[in-house]
Design a protein around this ligand. Sequence first.
Ligand SMILES: Nc1ncnc2c1ncn2[C@@H]1O[C@H](COP(=O)(O)OP(=O)(O)OP(=O)(O)O)[C@@H](O)[C@H]1O
Ligand SMILES: [Mg+2]
Length: 258
Amino acid sequence: MFKNLLIIGGQDKNENRELIGELYLEKGKIYTIVGPTGSGKTQLIEDIECLSDGFGLTKRKILIDDGISPQHLRSSYQNRLVSHLSQNMHFILDMSVINFLKMRLKCTNFPDDIKSVEKILEYANELSGEKILGHFSLTTLSGGQSRALMIADVAINGTTPIILIDEIENAGIDRLRAMKILVDSDKIVLVVTHDPLLALYGHKRIVMKNGGISKIINRNPYELSLLKQLHSINKVTETIRDDLRRGKQLEKECFYGL
Ligand SMILES: Nc1ncnc2c1ncn2[C@@H]1O[C@H](COP(=O)(O)OP(=O)(O)OP(=O)(O)O)[C@@H](O)[C@H]1O
Ligand SMILES: [Mg+2]
């Protein structure tokens, strides 16, 4: 299996060369992709997903271990390198959740094991609000439920060494829990985010501007301590959000630690 991924810079929206010429992505590291709306974050992970060959919109090249990306990896399901949890996710397949998960297990050479199916459902239900049941049709799942199911599937059943996540925060699921479930020390994880908590989660931040990679920032010790503080603030926000979702009237006596 490969050790790292190399992005060779292409061009931004004005067809100027990207400011970062080369970027190595290493296994075991989390990279967050930040930048204003429309700055090319989703485009970057789509380039990685299709192992872009330098002829696409951005002219980026994605190489494996410095070599030319092998053609068969682009199309082969079994040898797939990338799992992509995209920004907008809805199933159009009319199949029950349980049959879908069984089919996914078969595709990835896992045994058709009911315990794995149950575990994926259990994980998904930890992330999503309303419970997903095995007999539900995929087409009836909400966007958040669909993403929760796919996150759980990728975490348990996923064999791909690269995981791409586009804006986990908008899915209405427990995003920190999802990150913990997904982050595995042997994978390259790239997370597009507008959320400061998730942005600081990454060992490195890739900063996008006008369609190009403009900066790479290593997380410094101050940012790491800030991340811990944001965790505490997040706990309060989560509690208030849960209470609101449950239809509770918030009173002074609720005491949220503020
Ligand atoms: N280097 C580039 N050259 C030309 N077009 C580009 C380039 N990068 C991105 N684009 C295009 O710009 C548009 C916006 O990019 P993208 O969807 O990746 O933005 P985003 O940062 O993900 O925005 P959001 O935060 O709203 O999701 C898309 O149509 C995309 O194809
Ligand atoms: Mg986007």
